[in-house]
Design a protein around this ligand. Structure first.
Ligand code: PMP
Length: 426
């Protein structure tokens, strides 16, 4: 495939935008080469500026669970836009989306909308600190909760891809309140909690991690976290920005059967428009301004276009929950197909998967945390990524990212993907 125009557009972008992109992973630094500039997309496919058609396994990093330019979402946004794009005043549709979202997820009484996953996680931690009166939080190495200062401590996703899991610009003062544990290591958490007794506001975790590849928690680990939090009066925050409305209607809380104290959302809940949200029990949410003392706000929060996209998306998922099974079946098919080919080729690999999240790691060892994920062979990953791209398959351009399947992907697309793995040199 030819990517001439994309390369030219990238060169031009670099003159005016740092690194040519508005979010680092897009720049292809981890895999080399120039990023692809997209012109439009429909269903499972991206169409780039050079006229190439690609099968998309990123789906805007998760939101487009039913495929690109999904008609009910597009129609809702277009209709809404005719009545104005933003008011900074209450609108009925905010309550409609809130009501629907709360009815789909377990254990949540109230929800507040923001504009991104970063804002959702940042606000959830502020609320947890305000509610508990404690300062410290525990996060897990390789988990990504957005780019707010407290989370850029051994962060996953683009932060680790670019070698800045601890970013310059985050003050020591902020960093000291973020304690770091290893994913799936309950003993490590117990030690931290003991050493910081009475000082912890929250433990924040990706309940199925997607930012160091896809990593699944053990039952003992997750149940243990819940128990510790309950015993110690620490709030358990599930960052469901990836998993919310993707793994099931009720997200990870439902599939893992664990109740969190605060849950953050992003991606699917906005149907591809900028939306994040955080939710909790009434007693905690009423700590927020204007009724409570914890300040949190946003000019564009609850924006009518974003709310209409989210409402259309969640309505579809609520009415057709079989989509979650369909996605999991497709992901299973892809898993089996890729694993078979890599085994035939004699390439060391691990494939992790949960529902419609999946990641391929080029290593012999089970990938259960950040350290084991980082052992993957990045040279093989680069060949795999570029080989697949040349065959028209668009995968995440970093081994630390999960693929997100969308339900517009057909079994023919999956077969084409598996065949591409067969044909590439690794
Ligand atoms: N939490 C998780 C689990 C995420 O995966 C992401 C983004 N990929 C975020 C938070 C931050 O969301 P946003 O990029 O919308 O700020």
């Amino acid at each position: 495939m030819i990517y001439q125009r994309s390369s030219a557009l990238f060169a031009e972008a670099k003159k005016y935008i740092p690194g040519g992109v508005n979010s680092p992973v897009r720049a292809f630094k981890a895999v080399g080469g120039d990023p692809i500039f997209v012109k439009k997309a429909k269903g499972a496919y991206l169409y780039d500026e050079d006229g190439n058609k690609l099968i998309d396994y990123i789906a805007s990093w998760g939101p487009l669970i039913l495929g690109h330019a999904y008609d009910p979402v597009i129609n809702a946004v277009v209709e809404k836009a005719k009545n104005g794009t933003s008011f900074g005043m209450p609108t009925e549709i905010e309550t409609e989306l809130a009501k629907l979202a709360i009815s789909m997820v377990p254990n949540m009484d109230k929800i507040r909308f923001v504009n991104s996953g970063t804002e959702a996680c940042m606000s959830a931690v502020r609320l947890a600190r305000g509610y508990t009166g404690k300062d410290k939080i525990i996060k897990f190495a390789g988990c990504y909760h957005g780019h707010s200062d407290s989370f850029l401590i051994q962060a996953g996703s683009g932060a680790v891809t670019f070698g800045s899991p601890n970013s310059p610009g985050v003050t020591q003062g902020t960093a000291k309140d973020t304690l770091l544990a290893e994913y799936n290591d309950l003993d490590g958490v117990k030690e931290l909690v003991k050493a910081n007794k009475g000082e912890l506001a929250a433990i924040i975790i990706e309940p199925i991690a997607g930012n160091m590849g896809c990593i699944i928690p053990t039952d003992i680990f997750m149940n243990g976290l819940r128990e510790i939090c309950t015993q110690e009066g620490i709030l358990l925050i599930f960052d469901e920005v990836m998993t919310g409305f993707r793994l099931a209607k009720g997200g990870a809380q439902e599939v893992l059967n664990i109740k969190a104290d605060i849950v953050t959302y992003g991606k699917v809940i906005g149907g591809g428009l900028p939306v994040g949200a955080f939710a909790s029990r009434t007693e905690i949410m009423d700590y927020l301004a204007p009724d409570g003392p914890v300040y949190q706000a946003g000019t564009l929060s609850g924006n009518p276009l974003a709310m209409s996209a989210g409402l259309a998306m969640l309505t579809e998922l609520n009415n057709n929950p079989e989509v979650f099974k369909s996605l999991a079946d497709k992901t299973e098919y892809l898993h089996k197909g890729i694993a078979e080919v890599l085994t035939q080729k004699g390439i060391a690999h691990q494939i992790n998967k949960y529902g419609s999240m999946i990641s391929v790691h080029f290593t012999n060892e089970p990938v259960v945390d950040f350290a084991s994920s980082a052992k993957g062979n990045n040279e093989t990953f680069k060949k795999y990524f570029h080989g697949m791209l040349a065959k028209g398959i668009y995968l995440p351009p970093s081994a630390f990212e999960s693929y997100f399947l969308n339900d517009a992907i057909s079994y023919e697309d999956l077969d084409a993907t598996i065949n591409a793995v067969k044909e590439i040199d690794l």
